[in-house]
Design a protein around this ligand. Structure first.
Ligand code: PEQ
Ligand code: MG
Length: 314
């Protein structure tokens, strides 16, 4: 964890040579995906070039996404199809991390999943049973819903992004969680997806709904929980140095807060959820928790780093 920040520098206000010098201070870059590298299926201008130039400069690069709708392999294909030079081992995703967390605990029961096949496929990959995913709509009255037959071998409830979220799923999840020995795990608690013209509810909406009816608090696997990066921080070979690690994100209460929690330096870009105006608001706030959201640096988009990077070697 680092000291509370009081100021944030807009890199656009610095001479290019100063930005180049600043970038030389990092051996490792951990970058968020949605809202920094891409928005849905479209790469953000300049992001591919910056990441691939970082690679050519021999910087360690990791993609760290709270997205639980895809497997790590599917995220790899998405990134490579956009032109990013990345490997599967350099991708950290919440569906994969959730399955790894359960595997590490020698979890042997089955999982009740509120989420998508990103989660169920990653559970399959480590041999952990689950209840599948997809629609489970309300049929008949609430009285009939309370007569639902619960399965007897459920040892965990995992909640991620679920476009088929429903009342029956809330009844089942909270009923399973009435057993204090049943694990309650959330992939992430992002409030919204970064989207310009409308609100797209994020996983956090479903997690908070289940927390309310279960009267329990979920263990959150994703950002800002430092555990999502433990594989990097504890890695014996080439253990990363937090002081020489840059966390790049678009959402301050996940990405920048993860950087704060891990002692990384942080860069907020304005192509996703939070903007420089939010940083000004947190600087004026009296709440110390808000100070943890203030990034070291700001840029309108990742591609604005291009002038400060060396031309690609051919
Ligand atoms: C928006 C978030 O993805 P990230 O920004 O962490 O890549 C998510 O998919 O909930
Ligand atoms: Mg993001």
């Amino acid at each position: 964890m680092c000291a509370y920040k009081q100021s944030c520098t807009n890199l656009m206000d610095l001479p290019t040579a100063k930005v180049t010098e600043w970038l030389e201070g990092f051996d490792t870059v951990i970058t968020d995906c949605d809202g920094v590298l891409w928005v849905y299926g479209r790469a953000i201008d300049g992001a591919v070039s910056v990441i691939n130039l970082f690679k050519s400069m021999r910087k360690n690069i990791y993609f760290c996404t709270n997205n639980s709708t895809k497997t790590r392999e599917e995220l790899l294909k998405k990134a490579q199809n956009m032109g990013f030079s990345i490997t599967e081992g350099e991708i950290i995703s919440t569906a994969h991390a959730t399955a790894a967390y359960l595997k590490k605990r020698n979890f042997e029961k089955r999982v009740y999943v509120i989420g998508s096949d990103g989660i169920t496929k990653e559970l399959d990959a480590v041999g952990i049973g689950h209840t599948g995913c997809g629609p489970d709509p309300m049929k008949g009255t609430m009285a009939e819903t309370t007569k639902i037959q619960l399965e007897t071998d459920i040892g965990a409830v995992v909640v991620g992004f679920d476009e088929h979220f429903s009342f029956p799923k809330m009844v089942k999840a909270s009923s399973y969680l009435n057993d204090p020995n049943c694990l309650f795990i959330a992939t992430n608690t992002d409030e919204r997806f970064p989207m310009d013209n409308m609100v797209v509810p994020g996983s956090g909406c479903f997690v908070r709904a289940i927390e309310t009816c279960a009267e329990r608090t979920a263990k959150v696997i994703g950002k800002p929980n430092p555990a999502i990066c433990e594989v990097l921080l504890q890695k014996e070979i080439g253990r990363i140095d937090p002081a020489r690690t840059l966390m790049i994100g678009d959402r301050a209460n996940t990405d920048i807060l993860l950087g704060f929690n891990c002692g990384f330096q942080t860069l907020l870009v304005g192509t996703g959820v939070h903007q420089l105006s939010d940083v000004e608001r947190w600087k004026k706030s009296k709440d110390l928790e808000d100070k943890k959201l203030i990034p070291d640096m700001y840029l309108p988009k990742l591609g604005d780093l291009l002038p400060a990077l060396p031309l690609p070697k051919h």
